[in-house]
Design a protein around this ligand. Sequence first.
Ligand SMILES: NC(=O)c1ccc[n+]([C@@H]2O[C@H](COP(=O)([O-])OP(=O)(O)OC[C@H]3O[C@@H](n4cnc5c(N)ncnc54)[C@H](OP(=O)(O)O)[C@@H]3O)[C@@H](O)[C@H]2O)c1
Length: 233
Amino acid sequence: MENKKILITGGSRGIGKAIVESFLNEGHEVLTTCRDSSKFPFDNKLLTVHSLDISSKDSIDSFQSAVDAFEPDVLINNAGITKDNLFLRMSDEDWMDVITTNLTGTFRVTKLVAKGMLKRRWGRIINISSISGIMGNPGQTNYSASKAGMDGFTRSLAKELGSRNITVNAVAPGFIATEMTEDILNDELIKKIPLGRAGNVEDIVPLVNFLSSEHSNYITGQTLVVDGGLFMK
Ligand SMILES: NC(=O)c1ccc[n+]([C@@H]2O[C@H](COP(=O)([O-])OP(=O)(O)OC[C@H]3O[C@@H](n4cnc5c(N)ncnc54)[C@H](OP(=O)(O)O)[C@@H]3O)[C@@H](O)[C@H]2O)c1
């Protein structure tokens, strides 16, 4: 793929970090975020890191000028959180935190890039959702709702932006070994995965690269699952 400018939220760890590294290795310019940029784990001449709290409207608003100056071709909405609990024990606060971070954060960050992409008549928006939003998962009513919301957001936005050559897709990982899943990955769960193992961050990267490139020109509004076969339609 020719050189592109990639904006990805949550590049400090896990899936986001692997995506950042792969774009940098291919020579693309990357703007990424985490809550405290001074703690970002590595440096690269093609990389800019910005502090951003996607649960805060003020923080996102103050990121607008940096996004405008960067002019991203590709946005990857990756930053996200879980706050799991069984439904009867789930507090209003844990519900709101997850919805505000994962779903409203995606809406607000996408607003930062949409106008510029419309003007330039080209863009790729990739939302990292989850199979939890498709098949459900006990203890994750907040998280599943936020991720199913991202999938619906993806489809509606794809219909709005398609005529300007902007595609919008979601990638729905299954269980990927990162800090997020440290406490929930166990043998019982892995037995249910047809490919017999948890995913690793490198399993997600090629699809994100493909969706960012011209090779995916005619794919939009889709949620593409990468889960070792755990969920099948
Ligand atoms: N791991 C899985 O099995 C799995 C499965 C399905 C979907 N996903 C999705 O994939 C994405 C990445 O997950 P991961 O497993 O890589 O998670 P992770 O290792 O916990 O990393 C999360 C990233 O999001 C950032 N982040 C969290 N809250 C933020 C906030 N309020 N503002 C800004 N940045 C914030 C973190 O940055 P800080 O340095 O600031 O903490 C970090 O870079 C998430 O959207 C997750 O829901 C993961």
